[in-house]
Design a protein around this ligand. Structure first.
Ligand code: PLP
Length: 372
């Protein structure tokens, strides 16, 4: 019995029962722990598993964080400076904008704005694990409508499921498949009258965005982040472009200081250094094509086309898990998948040219060891 002998309280029985079935967010082994295990320096670990930006933040963002003078004062709950800067950056009015502690938090706000317990959210797997996770935490019901072979949306199935749902999440480019939503798919989604949440976490790498469509539709919400293109994953800076009524509702329910002062300083300085950040995005896009060509030369890998800063590869003739494990033992971290549609797949983030060289050398060695 979990019951405490002294108090008679069974604290476990008081936890929301629906949380018992919930799988927590997948834990990752921290870099320094992996490095210690392998007997190498943490700096030698090649991290290609989180789609992070290998160039790091803009130097101006680092300087702004170091020199910010008001850390002892709470930040502005209305995020006025951040929203004004985002408005200039995107060319949409501030009334369409809200920022948060990463786009993950903004996603959570959206669910808390729209979802009553038991209401349905359409998830188009394989996709970002936070959508079903946050839906369940919010007490919603996940309706999975898997993507078709090669990962376009299954529009007839979504249209059928829409009767029983309120909201749909779509990542474009999609993580982990790397493909973008087609214009006719977006139009069909909007026509279902669902709340359409379009997650453009990798939009800067695709060079296309549907942000300018938000003012033209009542049911389109776009999410963006500084985690990937601007190298601020650890600082947590994300934002949403929503119909003004949704911004107002989210403003009402959000934690007042959700965009912390360091995150806001980094956001402003990053936008002031957009030229440099765009050059880095261009370098990563060029590197993506180099990486795709190099991976295509590995006998047991079939890289898929990608518009993001990662490449999904099917592994043929060997277990993907085996390749993943052997890369890991060499200090190279990639993502491995074993769910339907991405069974025996690896997702490899685009890094620096030297990361690619080390990865390809390791893959060739692994192929040799496994007789491929
Ligand atoms: C990485 C990623 C995010 C980013 O989330 P943040 O909370 O802004 O770091 C959002 N959506 C997708 C699909 C992602 O892959």
């Amino acid at each position: 019995m979990a019951e405490n002998r002294d108090t008679g309280i069974d604290i476990t029985s008081l936890i929301r029962p629906e949380l018992a079935e919930l799988e927590g967010y997948e834990p990752i082994e921290p870099i320094d722990q992996l490095a210690r295990r392998l007997g190498i320096e943490p700096g030698q670990v090649i991290k290609l598993d989180g789609n992070e930006n290998p160039y790091g933040p803009s130097p101006k963002a680092l300087e702004a964080i170091a020199n910010y003078p008001h850390y002892h004062i709470y930040p502005d709950p209305e995020q006025r400076e951040a929203r004004a800067a985002l408005s200039r950056f995107l060319g949409v009015g501030t009334e369409y904008l809200i920022a948060g502690s990463g786009s993950d938090e903004v996603m959570d706000m959206v669910l808390r704005v729209f979802l009553a317990p038991g209401e349905g959210v359409i998830n188009c797997s394989p996709t970002f694990g936070m959508y079903p996770f946050l839906t369940k935490v919010a007490g919603g019901r996940v309706i999975d409508v898997p993507r078709r072979e090669d990962f376009p949306l299954d529009m007839p199935a979504i249209e059928a499921a829409a009767r029983d749902a309120k909201l749909v999440f779509i990542a474009s480019p999609n993580n982990p498949s790397g493909n973008v939503i087609a214009r006719d798919e977006l139009d069909a989604l909007l026509a279902t009258k669902l709340v359409v949440v379009l997650d453009e976490a990798y939009g800067e790498f695709a060079g296309e965005s549907l942000v300018s469509e938000v003012p033209r539709h009542d049911n389109l919400l776009v999410l963006r982040t500084f985690s990937k293109w601007a190298g601020l994953a650890g600082l947590r800076v994300g934002y949403g472009i929503f119909p003004p009524a949704v911004v107002q509702a989210a403003m009402k329910i959000k934690q007042p200081y959700n965009l912390n002062a360091a995150a806001q300083a980094a956001l402003l300085a990053s936008l002031a250094d957009e030229g440099l950040l765009r050059e880095r995005v261009q370098a990563l896009v060029a590197e993506r094509e180099q990486l795709a060509a190099a991976l295509a030369g590995i006998a047991f890998l079939r890289p898929l086309p990608s518009q993001a800063n990662f490449i999904l590869c099917r592994v043929v003739g060997i277990e993907a898990r085996e390749v993943w494990g052997r890369l890991r033992e060499r200090g190279i971290m990639v993502r491995y998948f074993d769910s339907p549609r991405v069974r025996d797949c690896l997702r490899i983030s685009v890094g620096l040219p030297e990361h690619r060289e080390a990865l390809i050398k390791a893959l060739q060695e692994i192929g040799g060891q496994l007789g491929r």
